[in-house]
Design a protein around this ligand. Structure first.
Ligand SMILES: Nc1ncnc2c1ncn2[C@@H]1O[C@H](COP(=O)(O)OP(=O)(O)OP(=O)(O)O)[C@@H](O)[C@H]1O
Ligand SMILES: [Mg+2]
Length: 114
C-alpha cells in the first residue's frame, strides 16, 4: 500500500475529488497547506510606484489518499490529469509506502481496510 500525497492548487480540489470518485476512489482527506516550489513563491507588483512584494509561501491543498500497490499508478495519473493546468505551481505528488491500514469499526486490515 502507498500513501499518495498530492499538493495541488486549491481551486483544483473539486476536479481531483470528482476524478477520483469516477475511478471508484472515495476514501481520502485533504489539508490546507502553505508552501513553495523552486520559484520560491511569487513577486507581486502592486500599483505604479510601489515596491514589489515577495510572497514566499503560497496556499495549496494537500490531498492524501492511501491506495493498494496495484492502484497506485492509476490513482497518481488520475490526480495529475485533473490537477494540471500546464502553468508553474501546478503542484507535486509524493508516494510514501504504508505498512498497515486498519478499519476501526471492523478490525479489517490491509487492502481490505482501504
Ligand atoms: N520539494 C518539495 N517538498 C515539499 N513540498 C514541496 C516541494 N516542492 C513543492 N512543494 C509543494 O508543492 C507546491 C507546489 O509546488 P510547485 O508546483 O510550484 O513545484 P515546482 O517544483 O516549483 O514546479 P513548477 O516549476 O511547475 O512550479 C508548493 O507550494 C509546496 O507546497
Ligand atoms: Mg513552482
Amino acid at each position: 500500500m502507498n500513501k499518495i500525497e498530492a499538493i495541488i492548487r486549491p481551486e483544483k480540489l473539486t476536479d481531483v475529488k470528482d476524478a477520483l470518485a469516477a475511478i471508484g476512489v472515495v476514501g481520502m482527506n485533504s489539508e490546507n497547506v502553505m508552501g513553495r516550489g523552486r520559484q520560491k513563491g511569487v513577486v507581486v507588483h502592486e500599483g505604479r510606484g510601489s515596491n514589489p512584494v515577495t510572497i514566499d509561501m503560497l496556499p495549496k491543498v494537500r490531498v492524501n489518499v492511501v491506495v493498494s500497490d496495484a492502484d497506485t499508478e492509476k490513482v497518481c495519473q488520475t490526480i495529475i490529469d485533473a490537477a494540471r493546468t500546464g502553468e508553474i505551481g501546478d503542484g507535486k505528488v509524493f508516494i510514501i509506502p504504508v505498512s498497515q491500514v486498519i478499519r476501526v469499526r471492523t478490525g479489517e486490515q490491509g487492502d481490505e481496510a482501504i
